[in-house]
Design a protein around this ligand. Structure first.
Ligand SMILES: [Zn+2]
Length: 78
């Protein structure tokens, strides 16, 4: 938490406040605009990681299913 100066009245207020407690000027847009972009990037990265994880899991489960199918075919012959 940090103290920033209100654009409207110039008084020090918390950068976590949604609006200035002294004059009521909204702060959220100015104070937190860089953060959502960063969080969005992190979320996008996590989503991409989850997607590749899902692909890997799907692929390995397909392979193991294929192997068990082939093994069954193999043992059925003898
Ligand atoms: Zn103010």
């Amino acid at each position: 938490m940090a103290l920033i100066k209100c654009k409207e009245c110039g008084k020090e207020i918390s950068d976590l406040a949604a609006s200035c407690p002294h004059c009521g000027a909204p702060l959220k847009a100015a104070a937190t605009s860089p953060q959502p972009n960063y969080q969005q990037q992190v979320v996008d990265q996590q989503k991409a990681q989850q997607k590749s994880m899902m692909k890997t899991m799907l692929f390995s489960s397909l392979i193991s299913a294929g192997i068990s199918f082939l093994t069954r075919l193999f043992y059925r012959r003898f």
